[in-house]
Design a protein. Sequence first.
Length: 278
Amino acid sequence: MIPELKQLVENELTSGEKLLWCAQPDADKFISSIVPASVVWLSGLFLFCVGVMGQAGDRQAAVLPGLIGLLVLVALIGVLEIIFVPLRARQTVYALTDKRAFILTIRSRFTHDESGRTQLYGKNLVSEQKNTPGQFYLSNLPAQLIFAFLAVDVVISAARRFDVFVALGFVFVVAGWMLHWYQDLRLPLARFRDTPKVTYSVGDLLVSIEDMPYDDISSLSIRKTKNDRADIFVRSKNRGVLRLKCATDVAKALAILDQNHPKKTTPSKTADEEKGAS
């Protein structure tokens, strides 16, 4: 862990609050978690474009540039996600105290000159994102309406003139979208929204905090992987979900959560356990 992250965590603690555990997520694991959904989604889009080309007939020359541009744009977005998500993970730390769980992330730096940086104490409020259910639905409604419109249009087109590539492409796109929902526990319901986020300036750093007091926790969902890694989703009835993705040193973290939250925990089977069950 880079020293300034540890110092920022200590600066975040309130009077009398005791730090019990902190660890950075596995940045490399983030890449492997992103790739499957991206590959499925992009494959579906490619098949869909092939089907559209087949239905274009004499208009293929006019349709082709637009489809190629769409594929390149989506592929570029996927590449940028694979690059920047792990970089953000390296600037993130998960922490458990005797009062709450929180995620601290360095969002940006006002300067890259560390020669004058001494102590990162004190913080100035920059913004507060409450992320209420109403805000969640307002921000997600446009995308959901667009997807619903496209789904209806594809179904109507398939009923008029069925094309196997269009049908398979649409199924793969939906599968990739749903896989992403499953991996990040981001169902299109307000109770699965992100927890409120507060952004501070600390020295020359811009830092965001997402936290969940233990009293607000309703359940825990845990997806264990190998090498003491896991995705931990801390759920609340009123504050959304705190997502500790690709967490490391999870044995200690889970022991602390079980001790401070002695309610129901929902573990997910590992890949090895699922194979054994089958």
